[in-house]
Design a protein around this ligand. Structure first.
Ligand code: V55
Ligand code: FE
Length: 484
């Protein structure tokens, strides 16, 4: 196919395909003097058009942007990640990998290569920056140049899992990074492997478990002493893959399962709590108080990805509306189900926090919101059918919501919280992220005061071109990675 054939890959959604460097982006307003560090983001960006008409945006090649903030200046660069897939296709000058995470549809010449696209998220830990896709090991890239350093990073050979999540978390107390791989012994397998690495990047924990059914495990919950996973019914079935379908199908006949186990253990204490059919991909944060575990996720009644086939019904956009929901279990009780509380009415995706509070009791969250009370313009229709026009801050102690909304010919991408300093109180700092300017075919980067979202941007950093809708973003402060 060519890009024009699918609304998922044409117009605003067309691949960007270029690699650029720009010094001193234009700035309107005032850049805060203490906003110093590196803002990373990644977008899926097909270098060559998909080989299969059923392919999905999640299968694009990882294309990373860096906005480097020094006092008074923002410098930009963007580069493709040189994954094994990217290098093979670049050399062949065409696509060799088939549809989304389906190795049966690949050209036989790439059988021995990793299909990872590194297109989902980035994290900086122990002096290394990783670009990640949940179907493969992390890819290590240079935090200054974005050059690819290791296209298959296995933590010194210790990563036995064939996969590693795009959502590892760093324990702010111990400095450990904890993550996991699902379908860890290959596509369709029910094995999950957890890994911890210490503050120096050495593996210090590995535990293998089995899941009740093979579903998408996009994110996980980390608390001081536990990890938790929610199995949702984007199911992976080798038979369907053999027939040429993408990796997942939404199976609304299945329940969700919340698995909870101790960190550092061998997995034998794993308990499964059943819940109703839900779609929930991202964890805002999780924490424990005594024997109680709290896990905050954006949760929807039905499938949230229209491009993933549903087995039993047609996709319903209203069923895709996710709301921040607190899942609760008390490990001292013999319960077989988890409890749920919908915390806010706002329809949101991609929740974030002040990550100095990862795994700990916390009060402040952020998320892009679809505010249906604001006028929506057709120009802003995203590929998921959801139009993000608002960034919200959630103060859990008062259940208070504060928002910033863009104009009705723009839309917002993921937001990212930047603490004002190493020791600033929770939620004191900036909220930054990309805004799509549809009428100008351009993007800006917005900088807001995270405690005064309703006051509008402090600074608008102008890009001379558009970027695609990205997936996730990651801020690395100057005190972690010096940029001055
Ligand atoms: C997600 C994103 C992916 C993926 C699976 O929920 C799940 C987000 C960008 O790729 O492959
Ligand atoms: Fe994600």
């Amino acid at each position: 196919m060519n890009f024009e054939e699918s609304p998922m890959f044409r117009g605003w959604a067309a691949p960007f395909r270029a690699e650029l460097s720009s010094q001193d982006l234009e700035v309107e307003g005032e850049l805060p003097a203490d906003l110093v560090g590196s803002f990373y983001r990644v977008q899926p960006d097909f270098l060559y058009p998909p080989t299969h008409a059923n392919d999905v945006p999640f299968n694009g090649d990882g294309h990373v942007s860096l906005f480097r903030f020094t006092p008074g200046h923002v410098d930009f660069r963007c580069r493709y990640v040189r994954t094994q897939r990217f290098k093979a296709q670049q050399a062949a000058r065409k696509a060799l990998f088939g549809t989304y995470r389906n190795r049966f549809t690949d050209d036989p010449s790439v059988e021995h290569l990793s299909g990872g696209t590194a297109n989902t998220n980035l994290i900086y830990h122990a002096g290394r920056l990783f670009a990640m896709k949940e179907d493969s090991p992390p890819v290590q890239i240079d935090p200054h140049t974005l050059e690819t350093l290791d296209d298959y990073y296995t933590f010194d050979g210790k990563l036995q899992s064939l996969t590693f999540t795009a959502h590892p978390k760093i324990d702010p107390i111990t400095g450990e990074m904890v993550g996991f791989g699902y379908e860890a012994r290959g596509n369709g397998t029910d094995d999950v492997a957890f890994y911890g690495t210490d503050a120096s990047g050495k593996v210090n924990w590995e535990a293998w478990i089995k899941v009740p059914y093979v579903g998408m495990l996009h994110d996980f919950a980390l608390t001081t002493n536990h990890v938790a996973l929610l199995v949702i019914p984007y199911t992976a079935d080798l038979e369907r893959m053999r027939q040429g379908h993408i990796h997942f199908a939404w199976d609304s006949s299945l329940p969700t399962w919340l698995g909870v186990m101790r960190r550092g253990g061998d997995g034998s204490d794993l308990r499964w709590y059943k819940g109703p059919l839900r779609c929930a991909t991202h964890v805002m944060n999780a924490y424990e108080v005594g024997s109680q575990l709290f896990i905050d996720m954006d949760m929807a009644p039905g499938s949230q990805f229209p491009f993933v086939p549903s087995l039993h019904e047609v996709f319903d956009p209203t069923e895709a509306h996710g709301r921040i929901t607190r899942l609760k279990v008390d490990l001292a009780e013999p319960a077989e189900t988890y409890e749920m509380e919908v915390m806010y009415g706002e329809v949101c995706v991609l929740p974030r926090i002040d990550e100095r509070y990862w795994s700990l009791p916390y009060n402040v969250g952020f998320a892009p919101v679809m505010d249906f009370t604001k006028p929506l313009d057709g120009a802003r229709l995203s590929v998921t059918g959801l139009v993000i026009n608002t960034w919200a801050r959630f103060d859990h102690d008062q259940r208070k919501v504060t928002t910033y909304s863009c104009d009705n010919v723009s839309s917002l991408q993921e937001c990212c919280f930047v603490p004002r300093s190493r020791t600033a109180r929770e939620g004191a700092g900036y909220l930054i992220g990309i805004v799509n300017r549809y009428l100008e075919d351009r993007c800006d980067l917005l900088v807001l005061d995270a405690e005064h979202l309703d006051a509008g941007p402090l600074a608008t950093v102008r890009l001379p071109h558009r970027l695609r809708n990205g997936i996730h973003t990651h801020w690395v402060p100057d005190w972690v990675l010096p940029v001055r």
